[in-house]
Design a protein around this ligand. Structure first.
Ligand SMILES: [Zn+2]
Length: 173
């Protein structure tokens, strides 16, 4: 199956609620970086992704390519809804060990290397800082932006020989 091309036709389906928001589980499809998107189109896709999240208990983040949309848009909702359009992690520090899951690989759990502090730049929020005050959100943002770059949690797997602090927070995205 191919990626659904991003364009008016696809958006039309999204707005009509006709598009099936089926989660992509194919590693090869998920390894393709997403295309940049215009701010207003990105915001609309983001709102649609947030609605999807609301309906799925336990899900706290979603990237557009996980539902077959080739656009650099992702959302996070741990305890507040956040939309990211064309986001980029521009700073990260404080490596931590984290155990995480992914909606695209529902039965798997991977111990990853993440960061407790990150700076993200995107077209909605400008430059935003995420830190250890809400670690689940901070890690989730990293996970979702990774998806847009064609990376999954497997690409962040912690090297067994590397020692980083452990953080015990269950994570499902
Ligand atoms: Zn994921």
């Amino acid at each position: 199956m191919d990626f659904i091309a991003y364009g008016k036709r696809v958006l039309g389906h999204l707005y009509n609620g006709k598009m099936s928001m089926k989660i992509v589980r194919d590693k090869e499809r998920l390894s393709k970086p997403c295309k940049s998107v215009h701010l207003e189109e990105g915001r609309k896709i983001g709102e649609r992704l947030l609605k999807w999240l609301e309906k799925h208990e336990g899900a706290v983040g979603l990237a557009a390519n996980q539902v077959g949309i080739d656009a650099r848009v992702c959302v996070v909702n741990v305890d507040r809804p956040l939309i990211f359009v064309n986001p980029k992690v521009v700073g990260k520090f404080g490596a931590i060990k984290f155990k995480e899951g992914c909606l695209s690989f529902p039965d798997e759990e991977v111990t990853t290397k993440r960061y407790r502090n990150i700076v993200v730049r995107d077209e909605i929020g400008g430059e935003r800082i995420f830190d250890a005050k809400n670690l689940l959100e901070t890690v989730c943002v990293q996970h979702e932006i990774d998806h847009l770059n064609g990376l999954t949690m497997y690409d962040r797997k912690l090297n067994a020989l590397e020692v980083v602090p452990t953080v015990q927070v269950p994570l499902m995205r």
